[in-house]
Design a protein around this ligand. Sequence first.
Ligand code: NAD
Ligand code: TDX
Length: 339
Amino acid sequence: MNIIVTGGAGFIGSNFVFHMLKAHPDYRIICVDKLTYAGNLSTLKSVMDNPNFRFCKIDICDREAIYKLFEEEHPDMVVNFAAESHVDRSIENPQLFLETNIMGTSVLMDACRKYGIKRYHQVSTDEVYGDLPLDRPDLFFTEETPIHTSSPYSSSKASADLLVLAYHRTYGLPVTISRCSNNYGPYHFPEKLIPLMIINALNDKPLPVYGEGLNVRDWLYVEDHCRAIDLIIHKGRVGEVYNVGGHNEMRNIDIVKIICEQLGKPESLITHVADRKGHDRRYAIDPTKIHDELGWEPETMFADGIKKTIQWYLDNKDWWEDIVSGEYQNYYKKMYENR
Ligand code: NAD
Ligand code: TDX
């Protein structure tokens, strides 16, 4: 089996590459990544010499390069992780999100139509459902929840999902979509909540909590997400959407306090800063469908996953120190100075 994994130099994509090479030693994995600020080749160094792995620096919007790759590799499947993924950046500059997340998806699917494919899988997000009120803990996102987006990021992901379903209905493309809740774990880019707080706490820097920190996210250890996608591409029904989440809702402020506690840092580092524009209040996934149809359930409980994650950041300082010493400094200043 030849599988193209786009965005494989990013957080979840790289974890998926590792998972697939281990779980399916006879598969060939072709990683396509543009290496934007979020893609890091050093993340993939442990698999670069694996004969079943190939890395290609390609922009998914580059139609010619994508078609050429399909002619060379004859992929059986495409799993599309490539995206601009940070909500705050989408608020600053929506345009790039529309290009990569929507146009890039259409280029990949056009290639699948032209050359044939057994499965095109779109890695989507629970953010396409918008948010839930904080005072209705009985409500969850199911696959039938209407699309109702808040940010340019989530709107671009929702647009891509609609396009994927349209390619299935119109052209019969064999697609599946997964909509997952917030991931955490190794190789998470430091702009996102959990790694940002771990790294700032380690450096005794302020921990910038947006607003009161009462917004709720539903956290899933990244390996559990990778196992879910592996199941969906092999056993999921074509044309279907699968929600992925582990019933692990936490308030942001509580996450930050856990990180302080685990690292032995004072909660006085916590600083409340201006809220995110259009900030979604609560995400909560109902994973009944993937559980009942495919037997998936999360294996890593948050208490263990956060310990493993913190330990990973302690053991892999070189990885994140390289990142936070570069262009990231400018980003951090722009987003957090005077906030
Ligand atoms: P990430 O930002 O860490 O990685 C994205 C990767 O895509 C990077 O390696 C980047 O270089 C690459 N990329 C960006 N634009 C590209 C382009 N035009 N062509 C080729 N490669 C390009 O993101 P992530 O957190 O790993 O998210 C991966 C996917 O999962 C995204 O589609 C995201 O919407 C989705 N998702 C993420 C989460 C989460 O909690 N992180 C949850 C649900 C869904
Ligand atoms: O400095 C911060 N302070 C803070 O309070 C940052 C970076 C975030 N936050 C809050 C905002 C959110 O309520 O923490 C929560 C999590 O923020 P992010 O890590 O930016 O994630 P989120 O906006 O929830 O989106 C993530 O989950 C869904 C991913 O980035 C998306 O790609 C995915 O689709």
